[in-house]
Design a binder for this molecule. Structure first.
Ligand code: NDP
Length: 315
């Protein structure tokens, strides 16, 4: 049978390119889990995805109710869950003030981390039940986790501190909207959320890999400087960022190439190792990358897991 993969945020950028790469093989049915149905439908059509190989289902990660609703709808659809890809993200580098999810969590951490945390915790049971030979849970990371690169060291750097803001609910009312309890900074909030993504992947690996055989992985797909992720950045940045990445840092990858990379992590028989953070070298071959000290901190991963469980109502 075909594999069934759920990809969040498949309406643009990396998620769409991955959905297309997998749907075109004819070996995958892609569930595009998106907040904007019409946008996703148009995107799938204009990408030329064969329509028998995808289904769009509504998911707004900025609402925990919507996450639960998605899980119910998915179960009712009768599809097995073979691979889950947590890809969607928001990035608000120019925001002066925080904005918030339906439950009142700062939007970047609320969407990128907490929404995906609840989704993957609920869907782990469905992954367990699948009879697919190589079941995987993939959480897209970022270069923020690499200390061995220039881009991983550009300020403001990620720093979760002692998680005091997260523990107090990240609501900006009674507490800070930042995980470390500091002043709001949209770029840092995004980077913090990606560190949470990478810590969560590793904590999943420690808690579930041996018992379930599921492969847990994260990745840095390269700098896809043309995606919607940068939509809120100032126009001059959006103009200069792609050529800067192409010609100066040489870290630029096209959306199509990044999609092939993530599709590899979904389906390549040689990428079954669990607990790994994949990256690609200049020749586009994959390698196991090292994570920064914070993004591989075992104690912090456990704390992020436990505090997040409380916030999303699992504990
Ligand atoms: P895009 O903005 O193109 O894609 C992000 C996707 O997330 C969109 O489909 C968007 O939906 C969706 N999304 C945002 N908020 C929600 C929500 N509340 N509920 C459901 N879906 C939502 O960015 P990219 O493709 O660049 O980003 C994809 C992933 O790649 C992210 O995890 C990002 O951190 C990571 N990444 C990107 C890099 C880059 O250089 N671009 C580098 C490293 C990592 P909609 O279409 O409706 O807006």
């Amino acid at each position: 049978r075909k594999g069934c993969v759920v990809i969040t945020g498949a309406s643009s950028g990396l998620g769409l390119a991955t959905a297309k790469a997998l749907a075109e093989t004819g070996k995958w049915h892609v569930i595009m889990a998106c907040r904007d149905f019409l946008k996703a439908e148009r995107a799938a059509k204009s990408a030329g995805m064969p329509k028998e190989n995808y289904t769009i289902m509504h998911l707004d990660l900025a609402s925990l109710d919507s996450v639960k609703q998605f899980v119910d709808n998915f179960r009712r659809s009768g599809n097995p869950l073979d691979v889950l890809v947590c890809n969607a993200a928001v990035y608000q580098p120019t925001a002066k003030e925080p904005s918030f999810t339906a439950e009142g969590f700062e939007l970047s951490v609320g969407t990128n981390h907490l929404g995906h945390f609840l989704l993957s915790r609920l869907l782990i049971d469905d992954l367990k039940q699948s009879d697919y030979p190589s079941k995987r849970l993939i959480i897209v990371g970022s270069i923020t986790g690499n200390t061995n690169t220039l881009a991983g060291n550009v300020p403001p750097k990620a720093n979760l501190g002692d998680l005091r803001g997260l523990a107090r609910g990240l609501d900006g009312l009674n507490s800070s909207a930042m995980i470390d309890g500091g002043d709001f900074d949209g770029a840092k909030a995004y980077k913090d959320s990606k560190v949470c993504n990478m810590l969560t992947m590793q904590e999943f690996h420690r808690r579930y890999h041996e018992e379930t055989g599921i492969t847990f992985a994260s990745l840095y797909p390269g700098c896809i400087a043309t995606t919607g992720l940068f939509r809120e950045h100032i126009p001059l940045f959006r103009l200069l960022f792609p050529p800067f990445q192409k010609f100066i840092t040489k870290g630029f990858v096209s959306e199509a190439e990044s999609g092939k990379r993530l599709a590899q992590v979904v389906s390549d028989p040689s990428l079954t190792k669990s607990g790994v953070y994949w990256s690609w070298n200049k020749n586009s071959s994959s390698f196991e990358n090292q994570l920064s000290e914070e993004a591989s901190d075992v104690e912090k991963a456990r704390k992020v897991w436990e505090v997040s469980e409380k916030l999303v109502g699992l504990a």
